[in-house]
Structures are given as C-alpha cells and as structure tokens.
Design a protein around this ligand. Structure first.
Ligand code: PRP
Length: 187
C-alpha cells in the first residue's frame, strides 16, 4: 500500500478507510439478509456523489442486483435554498414492479432524497427503500425515511468517499473535514 499524503486543505479525518470498510460490509450484510428472497433488486445511485459508496456496497452484497444511476440538477445550496430538484438523467431500466434501493452518499437538508422518494414512489415499484452513507441531523429540513444509514455526522463541510468541494477531493478514500478557510476564502 502506498502512503498517500492527506491534503493540507483537510483539517482532520472524520471516518478513516478501515472504519468505512467495516461499516459498508455491515450495511451490505444487512441488506443481503433483508433481500435474501428478492431477485429483482435495483440499486439506484445518485450521481455524482454516490458512485464510490455504491461501488463498495454493491460489491459486498451477496444477493443478485442490478446497478443503475440517476443524475439531478443541483439546486442553489446557498443560505437561502428553495430545495427545488430536477431529474436530468433517468435510470436506464424501468423500476415499476421492482425492488428499488436508492443509494445516496449524504443526506444534508433532505430535499434531494425527499424528491427522489416521491418521484420513484410514483413509478409503482414493488418496494422502495433508501440507503444513505452519512447523514447530518442538524441540517435536515424535511423528514425523509432512511432504511439503511452508515453514520450520523456533524454539520461540517465533509469531503472524500464521493463528497466534494467544487468537484475536488471526491475520490479521497476517507471522509475528511475541509478546512474552513478553503470555502470561506475561495468560495
Ligand atoms: C449531494 C449529495 C446528495 C445531496 C444531498 O449532491 O450527493 O445528492 O447533495 O443534499 P440535500 O439533502 O441537502 O438535498 P450534490 O448536489 O452536491 O451533487 P454531486 O453528488 O454531483 O456532488
């Protein structure tokens, strides 16, 4: 294993690689048990952020599953947010009559998952559940059901493991806290 330097912009590591690996395996085991009798599970990852978590989660599942993706327009996440979300890329396959698990890297305000949950519910899947790697309870604006949760995390700017700052740091193998001065001076 090579030794990767932690970038100077990272104030501290919140969830290290080993911690993430253990939790992802636990979630995958739980999901595999819950869907043991199901053979049409569809994992729907929300781009871009979810691709890292989804990749690790899916490869630890022991039940058959299909992987699909959607993309959303990001709304203005400034101080005043309308929470308006729009689907800009849909799944390749139809989810009607199938068992759908929406996979997200983070639940912040909840607007995204709330929108997605309603949008997918309208398509009449056989079942619809959500799997979120990290959730910031202090930031929630709407109540959204989370069926599988990795960790609750504090309200700080997190990067890595799919999470980005202006598309940077997304593929760090751990979740780190971004130095305040990065987004306070560059932003
Ligand atoms: C992030 C994340 C969720 C959403 C959560 O995506 O992946 O989809 O924000 O925030 P919310 O609960 O406040 O709605 P982002 O819009 O940053 O896009 P990205 O995944 O492409 O970086």
């Amino acid at each position: 294993m090579g030794h990767r330097e932690i970038p100077a912009e990272i104030e501290r590591v919140l969830l290290d690689e080993a911690t993430i690996r253990v939790r992802v395996r636990e979630l995958a085991a739980q999901i595999s048990a819950d869907y043991a009798e199901i053979n049409d599970l569809v994992l729907v990852g929300v781009l871009k952020g979810a691709f890292v978590f989804l990749s690790d989660l899916a490869r630890n599942l022991t039940v058959p599953h299909e992987v699909d993706f959607i993309a959303l327009s990001s709304y203005n996440k400034g101080v005043v947010s309308t929470g308006a979300v729009r689907l800009i890329m849909d799944t390749r396959s139809s989810v009607t009559g199938r068992n759908v698990l929406i996979v997200e890297d983070i639940l912040d305000t909840g607007y995204t998952l709330d929108y997605l949950f309603r949008a997918f519910q309208a398509r009449k899947p056989t079942s619809l559940r959500t799997c979120v790697f990290v959730s910031k309870p202090d930031r929630h604006q709407v109540k959204v059901p989370i069926d599988y949760l990795g960790f609750e995390v504090p309200d700080e700017w997190l990067v890595g493991y799919g999470l980005d700052y202006a598309d940077r740091f997304r593929t760090l193998p751990y979740i780190g806290v971004l130095e305040r001065e990065v987004y306070e001076t560059e932003g």
